[in-house]
Design a protein around this ligand. Structure first.
Ligand code: SF4
Ligand code: SF4
Length: 380
């Protein structure tokens, strides 16, 4: 949380009728005029934390925009790399080989963007550093090791709805997206993985298990007492039958996510910046390999060094905007209401904001500073 004023500064590059052109014309000014410059110091290695998008998904922040962010970091003398952690579930980003292939298919190549991709938690999601957490639930957070080793972090977030946290913003990008596989399992579940029907007793899971917690007879069985919850068996099973009990309540899930973010921000202190792209605001997470109709028109890009303030501002802007036609909002949706609660009625998305403020990660109180429209045609 920044020192000094009770309000955190959030800069807004608003999209008018030019869509992506509006962003490209003024993104440099947003970066230059916001408070992000201090994370781009000369010769510092900057982790640009992204979500490259699941295969077939289209909502993620576009490489065209990321290229501009990378160019700015290079101009400032920093050394950026693009990064994310591997997923807990089996998909197109569940190990580094698949993940880098998906990133490349979505246009995140060195030649296109100007920075290399380095997956933060290693080949199989187990390269992690355990950071202490001063929270109410967890004692430590398992964070991708390359994020920890980077000098600074610039979290470039695609703001959208999310089925478990109501919305997915900067808090989620770094709090959940910075966790190793074990860290993600810890946030999502209170129990250990289990083996579903369909096991062919190949023994691959047992050969990878670091805790010798799997016995394979006619089928594999996991000893919950011995299991350390690393999630390796989920990733390696060729039949995809090692299951996760997604049983954590949304309230506790959001709080754990915030505690992970707290661990990272406590380590990096004033060396983290945040960009929030309020574009293609889909109702669900980018981990779904499907495109959905956005719930609002593209609104713009925010920049701040306060993750709570930037998420609060993003949340407010989406809720203040007119609903897009043919979106997933219910027929009974009331204009001016909370779109995320309409999409996900069982989730209170403000838990993450309130708890983030309570833990001192940031403040919900922000000052919105617009990048002037008049200069949009002369910049970039
Ligand atoms: S989660 Fe890790 S420790 Fe537990 S059974 Fe699977 S591989 Fe073994
Ligand atoms: S890797 Fe999957 S299919 Fe093979 S033994 Fe383990 S659970 Fe069964």
């Amino acid at each position: 949380m920044p020192d000094g004023p009770t309000k955190s500064r959030v800069h807004l590059l608003r999209v008018y009728d030019g869509g992506a052109d509006d962003i490209l014309a003024r993104l440099d000014r947003l970066l230059q005029e916001s408070d992000l410059r201090k994370i781009a110091a000369k010769d510092k290695i900057v982790a640009v934390k992204l979500h490259f998008g699941e295969s077939s998904e289209t909502g993620h922040v576009k490489p065209l925009f990321v290229r501009r962010v990378v160019s700015w970091l290079l101009q400032e003398g920093a050394r950026p790399f693009l990064t994310d952690t591997n997923t807990l579930y089996r998909g197109s980003r569940s190990d580094t080989v698949l993940h880098m292939r998906t990133a490349a298919e979505h246009g995140f190549t060195y030649s296109a963007v100007g920075a290399p991709v380095v997956i933060a938690d290693g080949l199989r999601g187990t390269s992690e550093v355990r950071l202490p957490v001063a929270g109410q639930i967890l004692k430590e957070a398992a964070v991708g090791s390359e994020l920890v080793k980077a000098d600074s972090i610039l979290a470039v977030t695609h703001f959208k709805g999310h089925e478990l946290s109501g919305f997915g913003g900067a808090i989620k990008n770094l709090g959940m997206g910075g966790a190793s596989r074990a860290g993600k399992l810890e946030q999502h579940s209170t129990t250990k993985p289990y083996v579903r029907q369909g096991c062919i007793a190949c023994g691959i899971c047992a050969s990878w298990c670091p805790a010798d917690a799997i016995r394979v007879g006619e089928v594999a069985q996991i000893d919950e007492q011995t299991c350390i919850g690393c999630g390796e068996c989920i990733a390696v099973c060729p039949e995809k039958v090692v299951g996760i009990r997604w049983n954590e309540s949304t309230d506790v899930f959001q709080r754990k996510m915030v505690e992970y973010l707290k661990a990272i921000t406590s380590l990096k202190r004033d060396r983290i910046g945040y960009l929030s792209f309020i574009t293609d605001v889909h109702p669900l997470c980018d981990c779904y390999g499907t495109a959905k109709v956005p719930i609002v028109p593209d609104l713009g890009v925010l920049a701040s060094v306060d993750p709570i303030a930037i998420d609060q501002a993003s949340y407010d802007l989406v809720n203040e905007a007119p609903a897009a036609r043919n979106s997933s909002l219910s027929e009974g949706y009331r204009a001016g209401g909370d779109k995320f609660r309409d999409l996900h009625p069982d989730v209170d998305p403000t838990v993450q904001l309130r708890y983030g403020e309570e833990l001192g990660v940031g403040t919900r109180n922000y000052e919105l500073i617009e990048i002037a429209e008049s200069a949009r045609s002369s910049a970039g």
